[in-house]
Design a protein around this ligand. Structure first.
Ligand code: ATP
Ligand code: MG
Length: 373
């Protein structure tokens, strides 16, 4: 126990004894024959099997006991003692891939090739519009390095709490505008997250999916980062995505990237159906001249791409100052059915419901991408 008092558990920043992790009094067995080592068995209890400090704590405990024994015996060496550290967990294990969200009916990834074309704006408004149509909706901000949802929902200061369910501690999503919401933005400052390695981002994302109490959902919307990244791969390896909607502006460079996004989902190892395209910033309409349309990023580029790729064009959303202002103010346009932009998002939600129903009738459920492919 004295040796274990020198081992810090990074989860509490206290030693493992103080942290209450030493499950039983360590067992110490003397050697049966000369030359054999002493045997020390310790049981350490961690909060859960996915504890990020598990391996390092076990190694440190082993080293500390060996060092302690060698130091306290004259002429002793660390080989005089054999240490076995057993691990136990307070929390039941996380469900296997494929069984993570049993109450979720449809999972929709909102994607684009290019950054800044309006994925997060579309995700927030689509989620709110679906909730206003009476569906149970969850929204996960998977943009670990640039989360936008806390601001768009005006819940930047909220901190989700945890509940105990079936022996596991689960994060409770924040509920606003009828939507259950989680984002890494609730847990870390953006400057910290940008320093993360890929593995840390992946593990945080998995926690937001599998260690959260999403419950029953008709639609689970995933706002994804730009491009085709590690995050996308993790999503494809973790969840059976019902379909993807691709957001693009009508501009040629955005369309070229949208094509790459479509190709990723259509790859024969991925096979996630494309539910349709959304043309965002389709034209600019000044508030004082509502009849005027200015095609500043080009005209109907997404319509042409949709025809070429044989996917539906689900909506054309104009570039309107209020969409940007509403996003920044945390009151997305879809909250109102009285404005043209609010209606555009409600119509989009209705189109999404139609294409998802058709997809579910015509195609088998998506298979999760295997780890080695
Ligand atoms: N139709 C629109 N009219 C006006 N402003 C818009 C519209 N769509 C998006 N915006 C604004 O454009 C900016 C980028 O949008 P958004 O953050 O939704 O894009 P994104 O594709 O999620 O970006 P990223 O790739 O960085 O995640 C935001 O400031 C948003 O408010
Ligand atoms: Mg975004």
């Amino acid at each position: 126990m004295e040796a274990l008092e020198t081992v810090t558990y990074a989860g509490t920043k206290k030693n493992v004894v103080e942290s209450g992790m030493v499950a039983d009094t360590p067992a110490v067995a003397a050697p049966q024959k000369d030359g054999e080592p002493w045997k020390v068995t310790v049981v350490l209890e961690f909060p859960r099997d996915t504890d990020p400090f598990l391996k390092s704590t076990v190694k440190a405990a082993e080293a500390a006991i060996k060092y302690y024994c060698a130091r306290n015996e004259e002429g002793g060496t660390s080989n005089d003692v054999e240490v076995e550290i057993k691990t136990e967990f307070k929390s039941a294990p996380r469900p296997e891939v494929g069984q993570m969200l049993p109450g979720v009916k449809n999972i929709i990834a909102v994607s684009s090739g290019k950054g800044g074309v309006g994925k997060s704006t579309v995700s927030a408004n689509l989620a709110i519009a679906l909730a206003r149509l009476g569906y149970k909706v969850g929204l996960l901000d998977t943009d670990i390095f640039g989360p936008s949802m806390p601001k768009m929902f005006d819940v930047e200061d909220e901190r989700p709490y945890a509940v105990k369910k079936d022996g596991r501690d689960l994060i409770v999503p924040i509920e606003k505008y009828g939507v259950k919401l989680l984002s890494i933005g609730f847990f870390v400052s953006p400057t910290t997250a940008t320093l993360w390695r890929g593995g840390m981002a992946t593990s945080a994302l998995k926690q937001l999916i599998a260690d959260a109490d999403w419950g029953e959902l008709d639609y689970f919307i995933l706002d994804t980062p730009p491009g085709t990244s590690d995050i996308h791969l993790t999503l494809l390896q973790t969840l059976p995505i019902t379909g993807a909607v691709i957001v693009s502006t009508p501009q040629q460079v955005a369309l070229a990237d949208a094509r790459k996004g479509i190709d990723m989902y259509r790859n024969d190892k991925v096979n996630v159906p494309i539910l349709g395209l959304i043309e965002n910033m389709a034209w600019f309409t000044p508030a004082e001249l509502p009849e005027n349309k200015y095609y500043i990023f080009g005209k109907e580029g997404c319509k042409q791409l949709a025809e070429e790729m044989q996917v539906p064009l689900l909506a054309q959303i104009p570039l309107v100052q209020s969409i940007c202002d509403n996003g920044d103010a945390g009151t997305p346009a879809a909250l109102s059915s009285e404005t043209a932009t609010g209606l555009a998002f409600i119509n989009l939600a209705q189109s999404v419901v139609t294409v998802v129903n058709r997809r579910n009738k015509e195609k088998p459920a998506t298979k999760i991408v295997g780890m080695n492919k």
